[in-house]
Design a protein. Structure first.
Length: 358
């Protein structure tokens, strides 16, 4: 951007370029469960985003060490790690714009996500209380499973504290979207296309509630794809997490791919906060977040649901629009139908838990 005759040193230019390429509203991001399998790589990735100027890390163990380690990386974010004593949670959350929650126990082989609820429900409730009372305006990104039930918990806690804004609470389903891109690229034989492949994945985040809309893939599947191959692809996207749980053989579930996916979604939120228009991503949100979008979606679903994952347009205040499913095939309609009762049960589990505990 040098005008005629203007001459600046390389150093000045670097400094200028830095500021010009990030005319950002700088954000404070916080990770709750930051010492865990997802928490550590996710915190590392967030530390690399120059739009993040403060990074708060909270866990019940090891956060001072993780924070000290990350603080040596030469990116702008100032890193602080705290443990529970002395209001560590509140200290970390103060002034947060984005709070990502990967706290809780992961799956072991043979354990469905719903079985995690007993432990993770309580963890998410306590952390949500901390957010509601410290930084109620923050965007909350819930990773802790079962997402279909933990997102309703956050919503109920915020309602209880009178600070509920359905536009700002998100269940992170991005890993399903990332897996869909990767697996579709494998089928069409173009691994290098994977980052550009966009497949909407709707419904929720567990087993049959994960509904890939392959007919809307940006890169169409081969028209002669055998139906058993198609069914296997759908199953693989729905149960891809099991491949990792099995391979890790008792040592947990997806952590690195989840950290990548969580970072992808957090970055979209940060871009939206900064006023970038037209950012769309699937996320598990309260349909209350967009009444008009919800009405259309409810008509398509033929059922009332409080929460659903659909393509969501993001803006500086959170959810701008919940997109309808649009044109889907009869096979996809069947998948959606199968997801609905399970989703209703999962959502009720979260809400009922809060009615009893709050
Ligand atoms: P992990 O066990 O490696 O890490 C969890 C961390 O949470 C630990 O460091 C633990 O100390 C911490 N923690 C426990 N109670 C806490 C509390 N009250 N406050 C703060 N931190 C607390 O587990 P991992 O593999 O990182 O998974 C975390 C969660 O993410 C699990 O619930 C897992 O099921 C879920 N997950 C979600 C995915 C998604 O697509 N949404 C994908 C993969 C995992």
């Amino acid at each position: 951007h040098m005008s005629d005759g203007e001459c600046i040193s390389l150093e000045e230019w670097e400094a200028k370029k830095y500021v010009e390429s990030f005319p950002f509203i700088m954000v404070k991001a916080v990770v709750l469960g930051a010492a865990g399998g997802i928490g550590q790589p996710l915190s590392l990735l967030l530390k690399t985003n120059p739009a993040i100027t403060a990074l708060g890390l909270f866990d019940i163990v090891n956060t001072p060490g993780v924070a000290a380690d990350l603080s040596h990386i030469d990116t702008p974010a100032v890193v602080v790690g705290r443990l529970p004593p002395n209001d560590g949670l509140k200290e970390v959350l103060k002034g947060a714009d984005i709070v990502v929650i990967p706290a809780g126990v992961p799956r072991k082989p043979g354990v469905p996500r719903d079985d995690l609820f007993k432990v993770n429900g309580g963890i998410v409730k306590d952390l949500a209380t901390g957010i509601a009372t410290t930084c109620p305006k923050a965007f909350v990104l819930v990773i802790s499973n079962p997402v279909n039930s933990t997102v309703p918990i956050v919503a109920e806690v915020f309602k209880k504290h009178g600070v509920y804004d359905p536009k700002r609470i998100f269940g992170v389903t991005t890993l399903d979207v990332v897996r869909a891109s990767t697996f579709v690229a494998e089928i069409i034989g173009k691994p290098s296309a994977a980052p550009d492949i966009v497949v909407p994945v709707v419904g929720g985040h567990s087993g049959v509630t994960i509904v890939p809309l392959l007919s809307q893939s940006s890169h169409p599947l081969p028209s002669d794809l055998a139906s058993d191959k198609f069914d296997a692809l759908v199953k693989r996207i729905q149960f891809g997490g099991d491949e990792v749980v099995k391979a890790k053989d008792g040592a947990g579930s997806a952590t690195l791919s989840m950290a990548y996916a969580g970072f992808e979604f957090a970055n979209k939120i940060i871009r939206a906060i900064n006023g970038e228009k037209g950012i769309v991503a699937p996320s598990f949100v309260a349909l209350k977040a967009d009444a008009a979008g919800a009405a259309e979606l409810t008509k398509e679903l033929g059922a009332e649901l409080e929460f659903f994952s659909s393509n969501v347009e993001l803006g500086p205040e959170g959810v701008v629009k919940i997109h309808p499913l649009g044109k889907i095939t009869s096979a996809e309609t069947e998948l959606v139908k199968a997801a609905i009762p399970e989703l209703q049960t999962n959502i009720k589990t979260g809400v009922t838990y809060c009615l009893e505990k709050l």
